[in-house]
Design a protein around this ligand. Structure first.
Ligand SMILES: Nc1nc2c(ncn2[C@@H]2O[C@H](COP(=O)(O)OP(=O)(O)OP(=O)(O)O)[C@@H](O)[C@H]2O)c(=O)[nH]1
Ligand SMILES: [Mg+2]
Length: 454
């Protein structure tokens, strides 16, 4: 439940830094600032201005020197009185400061509680609150761009426009229910049906952006798979742009999973190098191989590496049999050596994505990147497309579109009150995206995932 108590949390990441900020929101915030902060120049605080001075505890003991700012309700992030203490970014300083704040009856904010209050006070809608979190965790330019456009209300505006149309259809139907005999001089049944069809198309358009939107936001889980010594770790190092994995000519060099985030053509990849797959008597290596297999099952993309300079081994053969054709790129490595395997032979086994590289000479890497880009980015969306990137939003769209399709399909046959029921549900499902419709459970599930201090 929403309470009016005053909350505080460190808003900057844990660790050491030049500045560490404590944010406080609620009724007591402004008064509390006055108790724990002594400006160098004695002035009355005005909102939105920064003051330089000393931070102390309630007994006047000096803790740190820094900047203080007060945002007066309702013109603050949460809509409540908010103050910020800009201290030095040391763990001890910030914890001491927090304790002094708690001593005055303030409690630690829950994760996402500032954003939740901002939502409850109408400062931002739900999609916007989520977009702030997305912007913070964005690992690619495109992810940041999508989050930014959602924050600026683009998605919410699109959703509200659809809801308005759905309501207009609903109003038409309800008028028909209430005045069945009346000669309704409304635009008519056909017009309402056409509006409905249009909105289904708009919803389906939004839905179709999800696959790419999700890729930008969450990244592609990618596993480099192959038998020992084929050059998996060499490829990881090239894509990572640094020597992350150990490379030797000893088969079985990599024994654990090594995950490295990389960005390829703007697409964030969570790239994992794995132990070469083979029958091994080594306990550690066996565990590594098992991990590689498990990871490959959950991967969005598998880079299956083969050494073109030697005939396929039994292990290669098993991998080729078991790997999914849809999301695997077969990478023929070591093309600087005389080849004994050719791409045709791999294509004949049902693989569509095959590319040749020499990790040693860094040849063919751009073509491999092209292949990855083509696999995930359709190129059909213009730069100003409104992307769906959040699963919750996607689910709501699927629900709403399903209901609207049902209404359209039964338009001529079902009684009006049943159609109205589905229309209303669709309208509500869409409302959950922006938070026009919400429950405590919905808010909890969203804001609990936010970081502390957000
Ligand atoms: N000639 C040639 N040698 C390569 C190429 N790529 C990798 N190698 C060599 O092959 C050997 C194995 O490379 P790694 O990258 O360690 O292979 P890996 O697949 O990670 O091996 P494991 O971790 O043992 O499974 C090293 O000696 C590399 O220098 C290549 O394109 N051409
Ligand atoms: Mg390796």
């Amino acid at each position: 439940m929403y309470t009016l108590d005053t909350i505080a949390a460190v808003a900057t990441p844990p660790g050491f830094g030049g500045i560490g900020i404590i944010r406080i929101s609620g009724e007591k915030a402004a008064a509390l600032g006055a108790k724990l902060f002594n400006p160098k120049r004695k002035v009355a605080f005005s909102p939105g201005r920064m003051y330089f001075g000393d931070f102390t505890d309630s007994k006047g003991k000096h803790i740190d020197t820094g900047l203080f700012v007060w945002f007066k309700s309702p013109r603050s992030f949460t809509g409540e009185d908010v103050v910020e203490f800009h201290c030095h970014g040391g763990i001890v300083i910030l914890q001491t400061m927090l304790r002094a704040i708690f001593d005055l009856g303030v409690r630690l904010a829950e994760p996402g509680e500032f954003s939740k209050r901002a939502f409850l006070n109408g400062r931002i809608d739900l999609a916007q609150a989520e977009s702030i979190s997305d912007l913070i965790s964005a690992s690619s330019n495109k992810a940041a761009e999508i989050a930014r456009s959602h924050y600026r209300g683009r998605l919410s505006a699109a959703i509200e426009a659809i809801r308005d149309k759905v309501i207009s259809v609903l109003a038409w139907i309800e008028a028909e229910i209430d005045y069945p005999e009346a000669e309704l001089d409304l635009p008519g049944r056909d017009k309402a049906a056409a509006t409905l069809e249009q909105q289904i198309t708009v919803l389906e358009g939004l839905q179709s952006t999800y696959q790419e939107g999700k890729i930008y936001r969450d990244g592609v889980v990618t596993v480099i798979l192959g038998s020992p010594n084929v050059g998996k770790s060499s490829l990881l190092n090239i894509l990572a742009g640094e020597e992350r994995a150990i490379v030797t000519d000893i088969p079985g060099t990599t024994r654990d999973v090594l995950e490295v985030p990389v960005t390829i053509r703007g697409i964030p990849l969570r790239l994992a190098d794995t132990a070469g797959i083979r029958e091994s008597g080594d306990v550690i290596e066996k565990i590594g191989i098992e991990r590689a297999r498990k990871l490959a099952e959950q991967a969005d993309l598998i880079l299956l590496i083969l050494d073109t300079s030697r005939p396929l081994t039994e292990e290669d053969d098993l991998l080729l049999q078991n790997v999914s054709r849809d999301n695997a790129i077969v990478v023929l490595n070591k093309t600087d050596l005389p080849a004994v395997i050719d791409a045709g032979e791999i294509a004949a086994r049902g693989f569509q994505h095959i590319t040749e590289i020499s990790a040693l000479q860094e040849q063919g890497i751009e073509a491999l990147k092209d292949e990855i880009e083509n696999l995930f980015i359709s190129g059909k969306f213009s730069p100003d497309t409104t992307f769906i990137s959040n699963q919750r939003h996607y689910q709501a769209l699927v629900t709403a579109a399903g209901l609207l399709r049902q209404v359209a399909a039964n338009w001529e046959t079902l009684p009006s009150d049943l159609l109205a029921l589905d229309l209303r549900q669709a309208w509500q499902a869409l409302g959950e995206i922006t938070g026009a419709v919400w429950t405590d459970d919905l808010l909890d599930s969203i804001f609990q995932r936010f970081c502390l201090g957000k």
